[in-house]
Design a protein around this ligand. Structure first.
Ligand SMILES: [Zn+2]
Length: 294
């Protein structure tokens, strides 16, 4: 009984050194580690992250060190699972007062954004948006009809969430050989990555996807591919632990809840939202043709 606190803190110490080994941070430190147990079994590991003392935040806009403006609420980033246990980083981001970019959030360690499933998609969407912006400028310069007008959300939103005019616009865009569309298709293809059960196949897919991104000639997508490849070994962890991650399910559940509430626009009573949630999460019969969340 008396040895337990020691064993526990010892385990946490080891965890920190493992984290420092697999993903060393430059201007941040791993602070406190919490092991959350459910029924006596470790289920989630939470790791607090703090900036190094005297370390000034880096502006995410221009990459320069800037004075701190304020701090945001605590956020969580999902790291790859270790030993089949979900790992989350917990950090409250600083904002900087940048003379060049205004008030911006700071840059966080790359791994935090590259390994988190949600952030991978976000990075891809940022890339697509940049491709689109460059392409719009090119088309304008060459005097082409502005086919890319009002295309932003067609390219960025999930297909199933497009409004009818947006879906029609996307159909139109697909007829052209556009760089923006190429980037979007690359992102859509990447979804397949998460469906693999074995790390070997997942990594094969990752490599071939990165190869295609490189060959696409789209600089922004090449950058995404490069950072994915840099963290290749850690990304494989997602598949080593497949089936054992319960919190992934919880995260998915939370995402669905948020989405349902958003989609239940107009259903402002708690009762209405509750019914919408039962339908989405409980797989109750839905009208024909409606997208099923997966
Ligand atoms: Zn800046």
């Amino acid at each position: 009984m008396s040895t337990q606190p020691f064993a526990r803190s010892h385990r946490k110490m080891q965890l920190k050194s493992i984290l420092n080994h697999v993903e060393p941070l430059k201007s941040f430190v791993y602070k406190q580690v919490r092991i959350i147990e459910v029924d006596g079994a470790p289920t989630v590991i939470e790791v607090d992250i703090e900036p190094r003392a005297n370390g000034r935040p880096i502006c995410s806009g221009c990459g320069k060190k800037r004075p701190q403006y304020d701090r945001q609420n605590v956020r969580r980033w999902q790291f790859v699972p270790l030993w089949g246990i979900s790992v989350f980083f917990v950090y409250s981001m600083r904002r900087v007062a940048c003379p060049a970019c205004g008030v911006k959030v700071e840059q966080v360690p790359k791994a935090m954004n590259v390994l988190d499933r949600f952030h991978i998609m976000k990075n891809m969407n940022t890339a697509i948006d940049e491709v689109r912006r460059t392409e719009v400028a090119e088309l304008k310069r060459d005097g082409f009809v502005p086919i890319l007008k009002h295309s932003r959300w067609c390219l960025l939103k999930r297909r199933e969430n497009l409004t009818e005019p947006q879906a029609a616009k996307l159909d139109e865009l697909l007829k052209y050989n556009l760089k923006s569309v190429k980037a979007m298709l690359l992102r859509d293809d990447f979804q397949q990555f998460w469906t693999y059960m074995r790390p070997g196949w997942a990594m094969k897919f990752l490599d071939s996807w990165c190869e295609r991104a490189k060959e696409s000639g789209l600089e922004q997508m090449q950058k995404v591919a490069k950072s994915l490849q840099h963290h290749r070994r850690l990304l494989a962890n997602w598949f080593h632990a497949k089936g054992e991650i319960s919190s992934g399910v919880v995260e998915g559940f939370n995402g669905k809840t948020k989405l349902t509430i958003r989609k239940a626009y107009g259903l402002r009573t708690p009762e209405g939202i509750k019914i919408a949630l039962f339908h989405t999460l409980g797989r109750l019969p839905e009208p024909e043709g409606t997208h099923r969340f997966c």
